[in-house]
Design a protein around this ligand. Structure first.
Ligand code: IVH
Length: 680
């Protein structure tokens, strides 16, 4: 490469990397994977080293990525927040140790090896032991102040626990990482896809996007978590432990969440063994990890080693290569969701990837497919984004066959043929037909799901069967199912039919939030449904609510946990006459949601309800069950009559069960009883 060529490539790389930094740090929507990004950066660093005449102070190799965005106050860190040098190679990790041995002049260097948490960096300030501020890394010198959003993190202590070990310093900046668990990430993405919003590629991006929401009420709906691992400024500093491992123990003693496990290791071999040990267990950690961070343990040695302009010399990140597989895209199928959103799904030649066989992967939406130019017949790379969910990340263009043509997204709903529409401001295409048979099925399934009114036995397959028979055309039809019809479904269905009918009956008294969530209002997840249940106490009250009930003057939210977007979604939902009618129908069919105030107050949850116990319950004795019912305000009777609210049946139940069935009294099992008791 001539110097002129190098100069040009350096310029290209800087532009390209700066663009990716913007996408990753500011917008939380990266276009390339971390390893691809790291490769670009490494290429640039190598060129700059070979041609020092072209190095520049503002090159992305000498600066940390900048996450500052509009709408936040910037705050100056008392001590700079640095980045980490990283490597994918064992040899380079060993060189890192060799460098330090030379620099510090001793062989027996001790290290801490800890998870590299794939979240976003944050600095927490505690003054006199009280949490006062959270600031993002920003450009390392100053970051965005996100204190209000950070306060929604349930595991973040407002006060440090004094006592054990080091006294709490007057002022301390504690560094760590904000993250989302995989389960929470999947839950939110499902909701976003249903709402026609683009899904986030991995938990890190979603956590980063969440912490930069301007409304803390919206942030509170997503269960952010935090893990702390470092110290910035501290005053007085002398009292702090002399090693990093002791500091981690001290963080824990102060009551801060820290990594569940770290390793101490002396010398390169032990460090490498610890890195591999971490790789073995990291799948079980609550956060995604993209590597191990290796740090000198003795703080005195850290000081001796010092830092470059952007990263300490005493630490190194070893990154695990993302597992990636190449396979053929056989076909693209279109899934229709509960709200009509069409999601393209890749049907792949099955391929082994990170411990499982992958045959399907999401393609997110039409725009995303077009951007990656994914065509049927292509060889594609599949990766587990966020370590678990398979996604098609790119096409191997070198293997493209000429016959491959760009994918044309269908103009009609594959389920009902209705022309699809693109709602303004949304990425997704939708089937606008409310009666679309697939939408109906998915609505019913959502209503009956575990996070809805939780009807056991009414999962996807059963809903499809019932809808196929024409018995279930809407959510309310669940409560109109007839035993005689269900019995025609097969030969040995008597028991399962009765179980299903009992579960349906019991669901009429499910907690109010389950109904609210089950209605499938856009943006309303379980947490918001619970907040709404507490405030409104009934479905009708919620359906009649006005915007002013949610959002007061100066856009101030009146209901804890409910922001403007949610308020608008609720109003829009109940402005639809059919959605209001549905509430009326449910109530007319005997649905009586358990209001949270009553359920919470001891002694009233089962007020006015009479129970008959029969058979052997799996865990409770009859006496224990009776005691629980009575403490919750219910009555227990010895014989079944029309006035009996529920018969609780266990194994070998006899005549009482028969009588209940004859009289149409709902029969529930122990688990359903426990639920009525409010999980007591
Ligand atoms: S130490 C001055 N420890 O990775 C030392 N960083 O790629 C810098 N990170 O900016 C931080 N887990 O946001 C450290 N156990 C860990 C970490 C960690 C994740 C992040 C951190 C840093 C980035 C560098």
């Amino acid at each position: 490469m001539t110097p002129a060529q190098a100069q040009q490539r350096i310029a290209e790389l800087r532009t390209e990397i700066t663009r990716h930094d913007e996408l990753y740090y500011r917008r939380a929507t990266p276009e390339i994977t971390d390893p691809d990004y790291d490769r670009l950066k490494r290429e640039l660093a190598d060129l700059e080293q070979a041609h020092p005449q072209f190095s520049a102070a503002n090159s992305p190799t000498t600066q940390v990525g900048d996450d500052r965005t509009e709408g936040f106050q910037v705050y100056r860190h008392r001590e700079r927040m640095m980045s980490l040098d990283n490597t994918y190679s064992e040899a380079e990790l060993r060189e890192f140790h060799a460098r330090l041995v030379k620099l510090i002049g001793r062989e027996d260097l001790a290290y801490v090896v800890e998870p590299k948490v794939d979240g976003l960096a944050v600095s927490l300030t505690y003054e006199q032991g009280r949490f006062v501020r959270a600031v993002t890394r920003g450009n390392g010198v100053e970051g965005d102040e996100i204190t209000a959003n950070a306060r929604t993190i349930r595991t973040l202590p407002r006060e440090l626990t004094p006592g054990a070990g080091t006294p709490v310093p007057d002022v301390i900046e504690i560094r760590g990482e904000i993250f989302l668990t995989l389960a929470e990430f999947q839950r939110i993405n499902r909701e976003r896809e249903e709402a026609g919003e683009p899904a986030y590629a991995n938990p890190r991006n979603l956590a980063a996007g969440t912490i930069k929401q301007l409304d803390p009420q919206e942030v509170a709906q997503r269960k952010l978590e935090i893990v702390l691992y470092g110290c910035g400024f501290a005053e007085p500093r002398e009292a702090l432990p002399a090693t990093h491992s002791a500091f981690l123990a001290q963080l824990k003693a102060w009551g801060l969440p820290t990594a569940e496990k770290f390793w101490t290791a002396q010398g390169a071999d032990a460090v490498w063994a610890a890195v591999q040990a971490l790789d073995q267990v990291r799948g079980a950690l609550p956060y995604g990890t993209d590597g191990a961070v290796v740090k000198l343990d003795a703080l005195a040695q850290q000081r001796e080693a010092g830092a470059t302009s952007k990263a300490p010399r005493w630490a190194m990140a070893f990154k695990f290569a993302a597992e990636r597989a190449e396979t053929r895209l056989r076909a693209v199928t279109i899934q229709v969701g509960r709200t009509g959103v069409l999601t393209p799904v890749a049907e792949l030649e099955p391929v082994a990837l990170a411990g499982s066989t992958v045959a399907r992967a999401t393609l997110h939406n039409r725009d995303e497919m077009a951007r990656k130019d994914i065509r049927v017949g292509d060889w594609v790379f599949v990766e587990k984004a966020g370590e678990v969910i398979p996604a098609v990340v790119a096409v191997n263009l070198t293997r493209r066959i000429p016959e491959c043509v760009p994918y044309v997204f269908p103009g009609q709903c594959p389920a009902c043929g209705t022309p699809v529409v693109q709602v303004e401001g949304e990425v997704a295409l939708r089937c606008p037909n409310y009666e679309c048979p697939v939408q109906v099925r998915r609505r019913v399934q959502h209503f009956a799901s575990k996070a809805g009114v939780d009807i056991e036995g009414l999962g996807e397959a059963m809903v499809d069967t019932l809808a196929g028979k024409g018995w279930v055309k809407s959510v309310t039809d669940i409560y109109r199912l007839r035993r005689a019809d269900l019995l025609t479904l097969g030969k040995k269905v008597e028991l399962s039919t009765d179980n299903l009918l009992a579960a349906i009956e019991a669901s009429k008294g499910a907690e109010l939030w389950r109904f609210i969530h089950g209605l499938g209002i856009a943006h309303i997840g379980v947490a918001a449904a619970k907040d709404l249940a507490r405030r409104f106490g009934g479905l009708e009250a919620l359906a009649a609510a006005k915007y002013e009930d949610f959002i007061g003057e100066k856009k101030v939210s009146r209901i804890e946990g409910i922001g403007a977007t949610m308020a608008q979604a609720i109003i829009a939902h109940f402005n639809e006459p059919r959605n209001r009618a549905l509430v009326g129908e449910l109530l007319a069919l005997g649905v009586q949601p358990a209001a949270p105030a009553a359920a919470a107050a001891a002694g009233t949850a089962l007020a006015g309800k009479t129970f008959v116990l029969t058979g052997t319950l799996p865990t409770l004795t009859r006496e224990e069950a009776a005691a629980k019912i009575e403490t919750a305000g219910g009555k227990v009777s010895g014989s079944v009559s029309k006035k009996t609210s529920f018969v609780v049946a266990g194994a070998d139940a006899g005549s009482k069960l028969e009588k209940a069935q004859k009289l149409g009294v709902p029969v529930i099992n122990e688990a359903e009883l426990v639920r009525l008791l409010g999980g007591a």
